[in-house]
Design a protein around this ligand. Structure first.
Ligand code: TRP
Length: 452
């Protein structure tokens, strides 16, 4: 079934490729709005603690699983234990839930880019602009289809290398821009410093189980964990590259970009709203409401805004391509079909699911499923239900079926594994208990059975 695997060349090649796939809308759009909503500093603290313990162990486990078996998720689990083949399928279902709504957000980014290019930056800074826009029917659908269409064409033609090259150049520029915007806001706007304090100082009275639920879901999403992606990446990794070191570098990079994005957006929310809690709880629209206001207040804001959204678009495109590529390759592996047919099929499925998310803000804006908008529901299903479930089962699989020693032996092929103890304790005891609790509490919470 599997052909001979190509491998990443060079030591940085692996880390750059994995980090490139990990950094996307999750860091720039999703992290800041969650941090704003779930208490600022306390969210950041919980996120970092989770990343260095749990996220690290899971990332190491996934990369090692891939490198050991040289197979993608479905093959990797079933080759080690038949009983666990379901886990490969479950992990692979996650990208199918994520990609459609990822493309809807990608469409928002394109719309804003077009707005800045055509000089409507003043209009976009208006309070109601974003809600009016997503409340429209055809326009958001059009941008969504365009974004997904571009992604599909790139995957179909197999020209993602070109996009990746551009994006490798754009990524550092994006980081510099984010930093510049953050510094500009903090130094020039009244009230922005309160936002910095809110973002950096943990306020323990804002802690709740939902902080952990949200932080953990975000960690899975942002680091592309629990969805088979890192297993696939691991399967392309050469044996002389250190798994542990690479995992740390990917995490550091991913968390760094997310941290900076929060620093760019949260102080600005304070500056424009006077620290009003309602503004902090905006949700998915936060970046699209706040950023145009900053750009409108800046000299040459129109050009900076256009440059910014162009780079976010590239970051989003590389992630969308890698998501779609994952789904297409599963179909190619499992069903006898041509690449073209697989792309079309994925395009069809994603159009249907994406339309639901997109129209959930207009035609079906009254629809609430377990209290959520449609896009939020997909987001919740993937990040707070499927991924903790996959993470839980992966830990049981590694901890008790194949045993941590199997992966440790794989990791030690390329050098000493320093955090071996942490890894064992995490996958055997802490992570399974934790993920199960998280899963239960998030589900019970939305069902309204327990209020946490
Ligand atoms: N991690 C990506 C981000 O932060 C999103 C993402 C989720 C992703 N799953 C993925 C990207 C799979 C590539 C492949 O935006």
């Amino acid at each position: 079934m599997e052909k001979k695997r190509s491998t990443f060349t060079g030591k940085v090649g692996f880390v750059l490729a994995a980090a490139g796939s990990a950094v996307g809308l999750g860091n720039i759009w999703r992290f800041p709005y969650l941090a704003a909503k779930y208490g600022g500093g306390i969210f950041l603290l919980v996120y970092i603690l989770l990343a260095v313990t749990f996220g690290f162990s899971l990332m190491v486990a996934e990369i090692a699983l891939g490198r050991k078996t040289r197979l993608s998720a479905i093959g990797a689990f079933s080759s080690l234990s038949r009983r666990f083949s379901f886990l490969g399928y479950l992990a692979s279902a996650v990208p199918v839930i994520i990609l459609p709504y990822y493309c809807v957000i990608g469409g928002w980014v394109m719309k804003y880019l077009a707005g800045f290019v055509t000089g409507s930056s003043a209009a976009m800074a208006g309070d109601a602009y974003f809600n009016t826009y997503i409340g429209g029917t055809w326009e958001p659908v059009g941008w969504f289809l365009l974004f997904m269409g571009i992604t599909a064409v790139i995957v179909l033609l197999g020209v993602e290398k070109g996009i990746e090259k551009v994006s490798k150049f754009m990524m550092p520029v994006l980081i510099v821009l984010i930093l510049g915007i953050a510094v500009y806001t903090i130094c020039t706007m009244d009230g922005a410093l309160d936002g910095v304090v809110y973002y950096l100082r943990p306020d323990f009275s804002k802690f709740s189980v939902m902080t952990v639920v949200a932080a953990m879901g975000q960690m899975f999403y942002s680091m592309s964990l629990s969805m088979g992606i890192m297993i696939t990446f691991g399967s392309y990794m050469k044996r002389d590259i250190r798994v542990e070191k690479s995992a740390k570098q990917i995490e550091l990079f991913d968390t760094g970009v997310a941290f900076l994005a929060g620093l760019m957006i949260i102080p600005a929310v304070f500056a424009f709203s006077g620290g009003d809690e309602a503004a902090l709880g905006q949700g998915p629209g936060l970046m699209f409401v706040t950023l145009p206001k900053i750009f409108a207040s800046m000299p040459a804001g129109g050009i900076i805004g256009a440059a910014f959204f162009l780079m976010v678009l590239f970051a989003a495109l590389t992630s969308a391509i890698s998501l779609m590529e994952t789904i297409v390759s599963i179909f190619l592996d499992k069903l006898a079909m041509t690449r073209k047919a697989a792309c079309l099929l994925v395009f069809g499925i994603c159009t249907a699911l994406g339309l639901l998310s997109c129209l959930g803000y207009s035609v079906w804006s009254g629809v609430r499923i377990i209290g959520m908008q449609i896009l939020d529901l997909f987001d919740f299903l993937s990040n707070s239900v499927c991924m903790p479930l996959v993470a839980f089962a992966t830990c049981l699989f590694v901890g008790y079926v194949i045993k941590p020693q199997t992966l440790i032996a794989e990791i030690e092929k390329s050098g000493p594994f320093r955090e071996k103890r942490l890894f064992c304790v995490m996958v055997k005891y802490v992570a399974p208990v934790f993920t199960l609790l998280i899963l239960l509490s998030s589900v019970l919470d939305v069902l309204g059975i327990v209020k946490i």
